[in-house]
Design a protein around this ligand. Structure first.
Ligand SMILES: [Zn+2]
Length: 448
């Protein structure tokens, strides 16, 4: 994974940009003098608080005062945060914006003004109990000056607790970096990725890119994955995984590529020849599970204690794991029936049907006649009916006969049209070059 080292934090808002650099210089010098006089922190705190421009940081000439160090104020929410005292609170259950402001001893007029000024800026009914907010106070009297609430890492809302009682919503600048990764499977893909400090979210997206081509239940030790992906950063900190642009999988001699391509009506993952990877059926109805029993005409049944053909594939997964429809279709059955327990049956077309057994419960709205799409959650793993533990018994019907879906060769999809291939080649070549360069990172030991 490539890390850019020179990234500078950007100004948070238009307002902070427009403030002159003067204030900052004055503050810095005040701070320096304060330290020089060893009155330090107190004097610094007494400096008039104001917005500090982040862009001013870049334009300020370096000032060297003898042996004294240069002080760079810590910027937070557009403020030189050292000039305030900050107190963090947690929103209690049922607490309203007015309650929060009242706790800061604001006047009724002030509270009303803030509630009014929130209109169209921030819907205070969306304040979430349990989330924290910060009050910035100033001076020896600890006068509350601002209140800051962060709905997410991507933005914050700034309530001015005096003067014009303004309410401002500031979107933080999001930087999207293109990164690469190379993962060698030790036990699972997740272990390999999380061991390098990546999130489950990214593992999920990588699986999404390859889910039509790879049966993730058959991944083995030493299989390799590579990915070119978008990674969103806020103030230089990783904030969210973005799209996987390209993916590669290698297992022994087998290699699979997924190239993301989007142009007009064409959108999705393609193989190197420009054939869409998306097929009519997913490889499995559950993620993050293991196959506990395969389709087998001569299986010894663990409960019945006798030989009985197993006409499905069992996926063992924790109770409550989501079960997905492997393809578009219409639900024909969804009820409880003896050994099958709670089950759903889906008709995909004239030829194919699928069935999912032993569910703990059905997903909302799943009943005969419901139209479902590929990947849609239809129920949850359980052990209703004849089952020793939580799993989904998955059955695949072709022309009314149960077959082993793992051995089924589905017809290949048609490639992109001739006219689209030159454009596709450009995207592909760029991604292939990046995939080739993807490096395995040292495992980060601080991760579990
Ligand atoms: Zn089964």
């Amino acid at each position: 994974m490539k890390q850019e080292t020179n990234y500078e934090s950007q100004p948070h808002s238009e307002e902070t940009k427009q403030k002159p650099a003067k204030t900052y210089k004055w503050l810095t010098q005040a701070g320096l003098v304060a330290i020089a006089l060893t009155l330090g922190f107190t004097a610094y705190q007494l400096a008039e608080p104001d917005y500090i421009s982040a862009s001013a940081k870049d334009s300020t000439p370096e000032v060297q005062l003898g042996a004294f160090p240069i002080i760079t104020p810590t910027l937070r929410w557009g403020f030189a945060i050292d000039t305030f005292s900050t107190v963090e609170f947690k929103i209690r259950n049922g607490e309203s914006l007015s309650d929060m402001l009242l706790a800061q001893q604001l006047s009724t007029e002030g509270i009303n003004a803030l509630v009014k000024n929130s209109d169209g800026v921030f819907d205070f009914r969306k304040l979430q109990a349990g989330k924290s907010y910060t009050v910035l106070t100033h001076g020896p009297t600890q006068q509350p000056m601002y209140m800051v609430y962060e709905p997410s890492v991507f933005e914050y809302v700034l309530f001015k607790l005096s003067g014009d009682y303004s309410v401002e919503r500031v979107e933080r600048e999001v930087e999207t970096r293109i990164e690469t990764g190379h993962f060698v499977v030790t036990s699972t893909l997740w272990d390999a990725m999380v061991g390098q400090g990546h999130t489950y979210e990214l593992a999920d997206r990588l699986e999404d890119a390859l889910k039509w081509s790879i049966d993730f239940h058959r991944i083995q030790e030493n299989d390799e994955f590579k990915a070119v992906f978008e990674h969103k950063y806020v103030e230089d900190k990783p904030a969210a995984a973005g799209k996987v642009q390209g993916a590669y999988y290698k297992s022994g001699p087998k290699e699979v590529y997924a190239i993301y391509y989007e142009n007009g009506e064409y959108k999705g993952y393609y193989d190197l020849e420009g054939r869409p990877l998306k097929t009519a059926f997913l490889k499995a109805p559950v993620r993050f599970s293991r196959i506990s029993s395969r389709y087998n005409l001569n299986r010894f049944h663990p409960i019945l204690k006798k030989k009985r053909a197993h006409l499905g594939t069992d996926y063992a997964a924790p109770h409550g794991t989501e079960i997905m429809a492997i393809g578009d279709g219409v639900v024909t059955q969804a009820h409880y029936a003896g050994g099958n327990g709670n089950f759903v049956r889906i008709k995909h077309d004239k030829v194919y049907e699928t069935q999912y057994l032993h569910m703990s419960r059905f997903a909302k709205g799943i009943r005969p006649g419901t139209r479902v799409s590929q990947g849609q959650v239809i129920g949850y793993v359980g052990s209703t009916g004849l089952a020793t533990g939580p799993h989904v018994c998955f059955r695949f019907w072709k022309n009314g006969k149960q077959v082993d879906h793992l051995r089924l060769n589905m017809p290949q999809a048609k490639p992109l049209p001739e006219s689209e291939l030159p454009m596709f080649a450009v995207v592909k070549d760029e991604l292939l070059a990046k995939l080739k360069d993807a490096q395995v990172l040292e495992a980060k030991t601080e991760n579990p």
